[in-house]
Design a protein around this ligand. Sequence first.
Ligand code: NAD
Length: 311
Amino acid sequence: MAVNLARRLLNEGHAILAIDDLSRGKRELLAEFNEHPRFAFEQLDCGDADTLSSAVDKLGAQIDHVWHLAANSDIPAGLADPRIDRDRTFQTTFAVLDVMRRHSIPELHFASSSAIYGDLGDREIHEDIGPLLPISNYGAMKLASEAQIRAAVEAFLPRADIFRFPNVIGVPATHGVIVDFIRKLKATPDRLDVLGDGTQQKAYLHVDDLVDAMCHVSQLPGRYKVFNIGPKDDGVTVRTIAELVRDRVSPSANICFGEGNRGWIGDVPRFRYSTERLTNTGWTPKLSSIEAVRRAIDQIACEESRNWSKP
Ligand SMILES: NC(=O)c1ccc[n+]([C@@H]2O[C@H](COP(=O)([O-])OP(=O)(O)OC[C@H]3O[C@@H](n4cnc5c(N)ncnc54)[C@H](O)[C@@H]3O)[C@@H](O)[C@H]2O)c1
């Protein structure tokens, strides 16, 4: 997602200092910007405020916006070791805010998540719903990040946007259900094991739509804005995704489903997401969930086969 956002911001004429500790990101994903005169990269831990502050000093230019995407995006890993979410999701937000205060950086755009809502069953999830009871440590650390940002807006931060979105798909693909299924089929072309019984149904947003929505919201007036971002439909089942990936990648494979309607602890099996606040501002996604899934399967299958054919 950071690559797609960087591409968009550079095209709009902005200059970027990209920061990643490469714990999950890969430097080569940013290779297309290597020669770009308005792009710089630093490999460092955003959770370390002093190091982050030094990188801002070294840049020697006033920064106007921070797009804070750094986090642990591996939800099951955070279940096995909660320190991962604390360090990569909570602490990065703490340090980013500290550095924004020290350097008087006025605007923060924060990638939150639908995971902050927890499992609300059939209730339609709008931005003001409550109580917020996340069921994953990842969701808890995102919610705690949002709380820090809200307090910072009261104390010193002139503007903040909070983007709450569900599953994002597209390329480059670093993780997620589609890339997971494609890699499993590469390893065992005659069998695809699926976590859960396949009935989990989720909304899927294509990364191109997400970046467009975030840029749209960043232009809206308001000191503190919170927006759900997602498609307008109720989503696609894991069974449908498994079948579409199988048909595209290894048509003769058997799909073997697990048990229960959760892929892992903290997985929300089904939710109804309201994006009315966003659509009322005049923005709608170009792709529905199923269209996004079909496009992403095609894009990721091509990307993965290029990776496999590399020596
Ligand atoms: N992809 C989704 O479906 C989805 C859904 C909701 C929210 N989000 C959020 O959007 C953001 C981007 O997600 P993504 O899918 O591109 O995930 P990603 O894992 O590809 O990107 C997160 C990046 O943060 C970096 N990072 C982690 N800890 C760091 C640290 N301490 N210092 C510096 N860099 C660090 C990782 O190396 C990685 O490159 C994340 O905050 C994620 O939680 C993603």
